[in-house]
Design a protein around this ligand. Sequence first.
Ligand code: ASP
Length: 337
Amino acid sequence: MKRLLLILALGMPATILAAAPPVGIVIHGGAGTIDRSQMSSEQQKNYEATLAEAVNKGYELLAAGGSSVDAVTLAVTVLENSPLFNAGKGAVYTWEETHELDAAIMMGQDRNAGAVASVTTVKNPILLARAVMEKSEHVMLTGKGAEQFALAQQLEQVDNSYFNTEFRYEALKRARQAQQSVPHQAAIIPDPNWKMGTVGAVAIDKDGNLAAATSTGGMTAKRWGRVGDVPVIGAGNFADNTSCAVSGTGHGEYFIRYNVASDICARVKYQGKNAAVAAKEVITELLDAGGTGGVIVVDAQGELSWAFNTPGMYRAKRNHRGTVIEIFADESEKISN
Ligand code: ASP
């Protein structure tokens, strides 16, 4: 009997023997000082509803057999179109009272990637990053050139004032005051009501392919063409089928210097660590270095996780086990030291 089973097993294709990992998606809407006492229940409901819309649309696409790259693109587009988050419509202000947006996308099966930096008139920068990945021979386009490419790709363009919101303008005024007292490098002082609000998504599809997408308006009151971690592949966004996919949010200068997203995946790949453990390690080390923020992660087995060192991170995940939507740190494991 044993021999019969063995013969049957040997005859089966490997895909039947090894169950495919379950499809799943994790999204974030930024990490920061998200204080329960400062948020009305109506505001909280609005955030939760938008997170639910993004995670559900992404998951439904995956469940219907769609690809992870389509799922992360869709989820990030939903978040970019909301004024609540610091990406697309709700992008923060630069020092000069304009908006400069960054975005990146990456696919785990071939490590193909696309990124854009400092774009000012593209309604959905994540769609432009995807076009760079799929329709150009480059990985990163910036500023005016990126906008010319967007025009050629017939992506929707808007006036820069489309990104204006009252709430972000107030944040700019506070940040300018704070920066005037400490004008040195990497001292973009977070607003006292600091809610960074960058958005991102990571997913795994039915073929086991991973993808990551991230979009941001950057840091409030940024100057001189500052570009953050988001379009720097491996800093704020990374995907590799042999390890994991990561999207980050937080103080970009630290994410660039510590290569946060690719460092997490390198620990999985070369040290054989569990992705959630690797994420916690890197985010804890980031805090030790003075950097604040968080990440969402999916690994090649379909495990969905997050780690952050701030009082809150807008976040949601969904797989066959169900949906989780959270905002505050005390709802799950906050890392602090
Ligand atoms: N990481 C983004 C940046 O530094 C900001 C954020 O996550 O809110 O550009």
